[in-house]
Write a protein that binds this ligand. Structure first.
Ligand code: PGA
Length: 253
């Protein structure tokens, strides 16, 4: 059985005050969330604060990105794997569509970041997903296959995925209020699993594949009820403690 994971991607939102209030709210409601891994991914600058507040709770934390160069060095503006470990991060989101589409991260860079994260002992949450025009042109599977194949291109890549989580996030569903239907999402999740199976059957059965894109308390249970959906990567709704907790509860089987 794959243990569900619900991760909050706070994106570029928050202040020290709002972070404190949100964490307080989450801690207050976690007692009745069982059998689900829960994590939040705040902006880098709040990771230290979040680490202090979440220490010893059942909630893990992670970052939204990392540098493809490990350790330290002359990389202005970048944050490394070692720094994330130093702050107690367990997870790091890699290849979010906003990184791919706004900051030009390509498949090869995303694969490199995934490996760097795994080498450091972090769990990368690697995002894949198609643009609206790609879906409309019938290219969803081709796009997702290309993104996955970059991760799976050699033995190290396949081994790295054993420590990773995949998030399927159709770009047209992110922050738009337009969720993929459970059937639409499941179709792609099953495809992702079958694609991974062509490289490693056991890995395909074990890897967690999250759905992301306008997950809300009202649609989470139906999405998480699908055979190949193992939880969610939650944007907007993760900024409200009650909504995020309701989504975590929806992942309890
Ligand atoms: P959303 O974002 O839940 O606000 O659609 C999801 C994501 O981008 O990870």
């Amino acid at each position: 059985m794959r243990r569900p994971l619900v991760a909050g991607n706070w994106k570029m939102h928050g202040s020290r005050a709002s972070v404190a209030a949100l964490i307080e709210g989450l801690k207050g409601g976690m007692a009745d969330v069982r059998g689900v891994d829960v994590a939040v991914c705040p902006p880098f600058v709040y990771l230290g604060q979040v680490a202090g507040l979440l220490q010893g709770t059942g909630i893990a934390w992670g970052a939204q990105n990392l540098c493809q160069v490990a350790g330290s060095g002359a990389y202005t503006g970048e944050i490394s794997d070692a720094m994330l470990l130093d702050l107690g991060c367990r997870y790091v989101i890699v290849g979010h569509s906003e990184r791919r589409n706004i900051y030009g991260e390509d498949d090869a860079l995303v694969a490199e970041k995934c490996r760097v994260a795994v080498r450091a002992g972090l769990t990368p949450i690697v995002c894949v997903g198609e643009l609206l025009e790609e879906r409309e042109a019938g290219q969803t599977e081709a796009v997702v296959a290309r993104q996955l194949d970059a991760l799976l291109q050699d033995g190290e890549g396949v081994a790295a995925l054993r420590q990773a989580v995949i998030a399927y996030e159709p770009v047209w569903a992110i922050g738009t209020g337009k969720t993929a239907t459970p059937a639409q999402a499941e179709e792609v999740h099953a495809f992702i699993r079958s694609r991974i199976a062509t490289h490693d059957k056991a890995l395909a059965g074990e890897i967690r594949i999250l759905y992301g894109g306008s997950v809300k308390p009202g649609n989470a249970a139906e999405l998480f009820g699908m055979a190949d959906i193992d939880g969610g990567l939650i944007g907007g709704a993760s900024l409200h403690a009650d909504d995020f907790l309701a989504i975590c509860r929806a992942a309890m089987s």
